[in-house]
Design a protein around this ligand. Structure first.
Ligand code: NAP
Length: 286
């Protein structure tokens, strides 16, 4: 069985790494804030000193960090993944970043003799805990095949989408649509309630028709209960919208609805809801 590294133990990374440990993989973990490694070590993981040390010690190293800046930071420099990866080893970045960042990371890893796969995920905290994420893999196909046993522990499906960038682009498209849906849903809820409709009645009517979906049910309930416990931090959704808009700029693809949604999420961040769940975007509309 491969020795597995895992970098980044936030909301998602912690749950994914724990599933790998529980599935019997030999896992070495690292997190910028070292305290977050303790729970994993208590469950049988080994503590890694730096991204470099983890990449050196493991056959395949996975990462799940916040954004393009973080994804690059853990790869570069004397303690970065690229400094430790060596010939033949694999690096799988599961963070949500844009295709350009993913390409830069691929170049760093390839230059050091390693193999690279991007594998951002669709699904939030609960699917990460349940091992039912949808994993969007792209890049080195031999590494994809070797990583599949671990990907199948973390997710319910992991299609191979092609060359580096295709996983990142798929993820940004999916989240851009999700952000847009959440934004208009929140506006509709606010309008309905202001007009005197019961919030639950709006949810029930939506759930009975062609627009029924788990997100409206889950996030709608959170809005009604005013419980914004974080599964998907609002700041990360705004980052994904920003990255999708930049891709649209580059490809000269107009995205007026995504642009308006991005402004709504920026407003929610400015109002102090960055660390709360994406459902907290509703607080601006209420
Ligand atoms: P999170 O809870 O905010 O965790 C972020 C992780 O990134 C932490 O381990 C943090 O380390 C690390 N980090 C941030 N800046 C860093 C830097 N400069 N150098 C090194 N490490 C850094 O985020 P999350 O919800 O787990 O999300 C992780 C990624 O998955 C993001 O790209 C997000 O967009 C994506 N995603 C999230 C969800 C979701 O529902 N939560 C769903 C799909 C995809 P510290 O602990 O030291 O701060």
């Amino acid at each position: 069985m491969s020795r597995i590294g895992f970098l980044g133990l936030g909301i998602m990374g912690k749950a994914m790494a724990l599933n790998l440990v529980n599935a019997g993989f030999e896992v070495t973990v690292w997190n910028r804030n070292r305290q977050k490694c303790e729970e994993l070590v208590a469950h049988g993981a080994t503590f890694g000193d730096s991204p470099k040390a983890v990449a050196q010690a493991c056959d395949i190293t996975f990462a799940m960090v916040a954004d393009p800046e973080a994804a690059l930071a853990i790869c570069q420099g004397p303690n970065g993944v690229a400094a430790g990866i060596g010939a033949g080893r694999g690096y799988v970045d599961m963070s949500t970043v844009d295709d350009k960042t993913s390409g830069t990371i691929a170049d760093l890893i390839h230059h050091a003799g390693g193999r690279f796969l991007e594998a951002p995920v669709s699904g939030t905290k609960k699917p990460a805990e349940d091992g039912t994420l949808v994993i969007l893999a792209a890049g080195d196909e031999s590494l994809y095949q070797e990583a599949l046993p671990a990907l199948n522990v973390m997710g319910k499906m992991a299609p191979y989408l092609g060359g580096v960038g295709q996983g990142a682009n798929m993820k940004l498209v999916v989240n851009m649509i999700m952000g847009g849906m959440l934004n208009i849903f929140s506006e509709g809820m606010a309008l309905g309630q202001k007009s005197g409709l019961e919030g639950q009645a709006i949810l029930d009517v939506l759930a009975a028709g062609a627009m029924a979906n788990p997100m409206f049910n889950i996030k709608g309930k959170m809005c009604l209960e005013e419980n914004y416990d974080t599964s998907f931090p609002l700041k990360h959704m705004q980052k994904d919208l920003r990255l999708a808009l930049a891709l649209g700029d580059r490809l000269e693809q107009p995205l007026p609805t995504a642009a308006a949604t991005n402004e709504a999420f920026k407003q929610a961040k400015k109002s102090g809801y960055a660390e709360e769940d994406i459902a907290a975007a509703h607080k601006v509309n209420r």
